[in-house]
Design a protein around this ligand. Structure first.
Ligand code: PA5
Length: 477
């Protein structure tokens, strides 16, 4: 994308947040007023200061990713250049923050049936698969689909100890060793911490090419590190444009005026909404290409903001519940609830000004009024009009909703979108006075798994599990 140096084009590509329908002026008593925002101005000022301080003190390293990766990007691009023709498929082994970003970006930018296209229609790039879950059926089916000897496996794990990812790695490594002998190492590339964890040690010992996840960047904030950039580049996605989009949004997010800063405003509206009992946040893109952005967002929002303790150690049990939906598909599934159900949620619609394709509906069945009106319009107009209509219906029934619009779905607008949601998450964490960057609730489940398997070092946890109340038969039908 050679337009990333063209400032007029970049301004044209600026994503927009329209929050009219969050406000009492439009949705009435269940909305947010300007006074509600003013009432928390001290909190907002403190959150702004904290964002600046934390960034300065190296506690938000993910904010610098758009600027400090020139060498890494060069390394990624030359590695992709050297390897891409040698493999039929690039397979990501990772979970959570190590998988959701690569999936979301691939789906947003590339053809929805990318893997089914002939290679020349993929511009010569390999297919992409992401194996995240440990569902045994899925992995076996993957092996039935790919030829492992023609794949490059990207093992992504910051900790290097995530059971799901490492078990997949162990299975695949054995297969590669058996089939390829000493050449197996050419089929594995690792993305992990520079010093900590098993994966970096294994990579060094076994001679795998390794890309580094900066130590101060947590999994769900890592899409703009090699976690996401390598997989994207292997599928021909312009990673420089993604980073340029993030940098563009970073400038916008430096604005102290909350009415000019979409990330801060997004967080503020969510925070006040939660205070008013709207704990559920539905993200509903009107574009299949953005469907998996909701998955990525759901992890970012839930894992960052769902917390038991506040920063002073008080038990607060707070957090929004993200819900994934897709427009227009879910108009025929969930929108009934959103429109007429309880006032417990806000809906974030995501729209696109210009879709990558246009398709005309033929002027047939003119004599049938309920079909005839469709003739001559485009599906583009239909989806956009349905989005407007849903927005209107939600507003009319007093349901808070806002719309994020991407002028187009491209690398530049996607970089902006990811970065905006990340800053919003950090800012929401500050408003909520919780640590948005840890995930102690996830650790409990991981530790229990280790203990069930008798992993050394988890003996105490095993005892705790052994003494848990026995299940009662009468509650099992
Ligand atoms: O956001 C997070 O930190 C998590 O979702 C992790 O990305 C996920 O648990 C995978 O961890 P790891 O990269 O250590 O394998």
């Amino acid at each position: 994308m050679n337009k990333i140096n063209d400032s007029a084009w970049k301004n044209e590509m600026k994503i927009r947040l329209d929050f009219n329908n969050m406000m009492t002026d439009f949705v009435g008593e269940h909305g947010i007023s300007v006074e509600d925002i003013e009432k928390i101005s001290d909190k907002i000022e403190n959150a702004k200061k904290a964002m600046v301080e934390k960034r300065k003190n190296g506690k938000m390293d993910w904010r610098d990713l758009p600027y400090n990766q020139d060498e890494i990007v060069d390394d990624i691009l030359s590695y992709v250049n050297e390897k891409k023709d040698k493999f039929e498929a690039f397979v990501v082994l990772g979970i959570g923050g190590s998988a959701l970003g690569p999936i979301a970006v691939q789906q947003a930018i590339n053809h929805p049936y990318y893997n089914e296209l002939p290679r020349e229609k993929r511009n010569g790039f390999p297919k992409l698969y992401v194996a995240d879950n440990v569902d045994p059926e899925k992995l076996v089916y993957l092996f039935q689909t790919i030829d492992v000897t023609k794949c490059l496996f990207n093992v992504i794990s910051k900790s290097g100890s995530t059971s799901e990812t490492m078990s997949q790695f162990m299975i695949i490594k054995k297969m590669l060793d058996e089939k390829l002998g000493k050449d197996a190492s050419e089929h594995i590339v690792c993305t992990t911490d520079k010093v900590n964890g098993n994966l970096v040690k294994i990579a060094k010992e076994e001679g795998y090419k390794t890309f580094i996840i900066p130590s101060g960047v947590g999994g769900r904030f890592s899409e703009l590190t090699p976690v996401g950039l390598l997989a994207a580049a292997f599928c021909g996605i312009d990673i420089k444009a993604m980073l340029a989009g993030a940098a563009f949004m970073d400038e916008i997010c430096k604005n102290d005026d909350i009415y000019k800063n979409p990330a801060f405003m997004y967080a503020i509206l969510n925070y006040i909404g939660m205070e008013k009992g709207k704990n559920i946040c539905v993200v509903m893109p009107y574009a299949d290409s953005l469907k998996y952005i909701s998955d990525w967002y759901a992890q970012l929002w839930a894992e960052s903001l769902g917390k038991k303790y506040d920063n002073e150690g008080n038990i607060v049990n707070v957090g929004p519940t993200p819900v994934k939906a897709l427009g227009v598909t879910d108009q025929h599934s969930q929108v009934q609830l959103y429109t007429e159900g309880p006032f417990d949620k806000m809906i974030v619609l995501m729209g696109v000004d210009k879709y990558k394709e246009t398709i005309q509906i033929p002027e047939s069945y003119k004599e049938i009024p309920s079909l005839g009106f469709l003739g001559g319009i485009t599906q583009n107009q239909l989806i956009q009009t349905e989005q407007m209509a849903t927005e209107y219906a939600l507003m009319k029934s007093g349901k808070m909703n806002m719309t994020i619009t991407l002028p187009e779905v491209n690398e530049f607008t996607l970089g902006q979108t990811l970065y905006m949601f990340e800053v919003a998450t950090g800012f929401a964490g500050e408003l909520m006075n919780i640590n948005a960057f840890d995930q102690p609730g996830v650790e409990e489940g991981k530790n229990a798994t280790y203990a069930f398997f008798g992993r050394p070092g988890y003996e105490e946890k095993k005892k705790e599990l052994d003494s848990k109340p026995a299940k009662k038969d009468k509650f099992i039908i």
